[in-house]
Design a protein around this ligand. Structure first.
Ligand code: 3AM
Length: 178
C-alpha cells in the first residue's frame, strides 16, 4: 500500500478553503475538499509487514495537542514550472516538533530519511500548464487569507490509491495526541 502521514482538517475549515479554491485558474486540477490534508510525511509504497512496523512506531509517538492557523497561499515549482498551489501554515514550533518526532520514529524502523525540508501546506490544486497571469492573480487575491485556529488532537496514517482524476485517501489509523 501507498502510505502517508497527515493531519486531517475539520469540515468547517475545508469549506472555507473550498470557497477560495475551485476556479479562476485554467488548467488547475483542484483537489476536492474531502481530500484536503496537511502532509507530515510521505512514505510511499510499503509492504504489509512494514506497515505494521510503521504503525507500531507511530503508536508510541508522544506529543501534546496544539492548534494551528492556515494562512497565506504559495506555490511549489519544479524545473521552473509551478506544480502545486497551496495554503500555508503560520509558524508553529509544536507542529514542527510533532513532525520531527514522527520522522525519528519512522527512521527507527528503517524508513529512508526525508531529505526535503518540511514545508507545511494544504494543497489546493495541482498544475501542469497554468496560465501564469491567472495564477499570480489568484495568489495576490488570496494572500491575506487567514483561517480560524484549528485544534490538532490526532494525526493520521493514510493509504492512498492513485486514481485517474483524483486519488482516494483512506484514514487507516488515528494516533491521539495528549
Ligand atoms: O500534501 P500534498 O498534497 O502536497 O503530493 C502528494 C501529497 O502531497 C505527496 O504526498 C501527499 C499525499 O499523497 N507525494 C506523492 N508522491 C510523493 C513522493 N514520491 C509525495 N511526496 C514525496 N514524494
Amino acid at each position: 500500500m501507498r502510505l502517508f502521514i497527515a493531519l486531517d482538517l475539520p469540515w468547517r475549515l475545508r469549506e472555507r478553503l473550498a470557497l477560495m479554491a475551485g476556479s479562476g485558474i485554467p488548467g488547475a486540477r483542484w483537489v476536492s475538499p474531502e481530500n484536503y490534508h496537511l502532509t507530515l510525511r510521505f512514505i510511499g509504497e510499503t509492504q504489509a509487514h512494514r506497515a505494521e512496523d510503521i504503525d507500531l512506531a507511530l503508536s508510541v509517538v508522544r506529543a501534546r495537542g496544539f492548534s494551528l492557523i492556515l494562512a497565506g497561499v504559495g506555490t511549489f515549482t519544479k524545473g521552473g514550472r509551478v506544480t502545486a498551489l497551496w495554503v500555508g501554515v503560520e509558524r508553529n514550533p509544536q507542529l514542527d516538533h510533532l513532525q520531527n518526532k514522527i520522522e525519528t520514529a519512522l527512521q527507527r524502523v528503517g524508513v529512508e530519511p526525508e531529505r526535503r525540508r518540511f514545508t507545511p501546506h494544504v494543497t489546493l490544486a495541482r498544475l501542469d500548464n497554468a496560465v501564469e497571469g491567472k495564477l499570480a492573480a489568484f495568489v495576490q487575491a488570496n494572500n491575506l487569507f487567514r483561517a480560524e485556529p484549528v485544534a490538532v488532537e490526532h494525526f493520521t496514517l493514510f493509504s492512498s490509491q492513485l486514481g485517474k482524476e483524483q486519488s482516494v485517501y483512506t484514514a487507516e489509523v488515528e494516533y491521539e495526541l495528549s
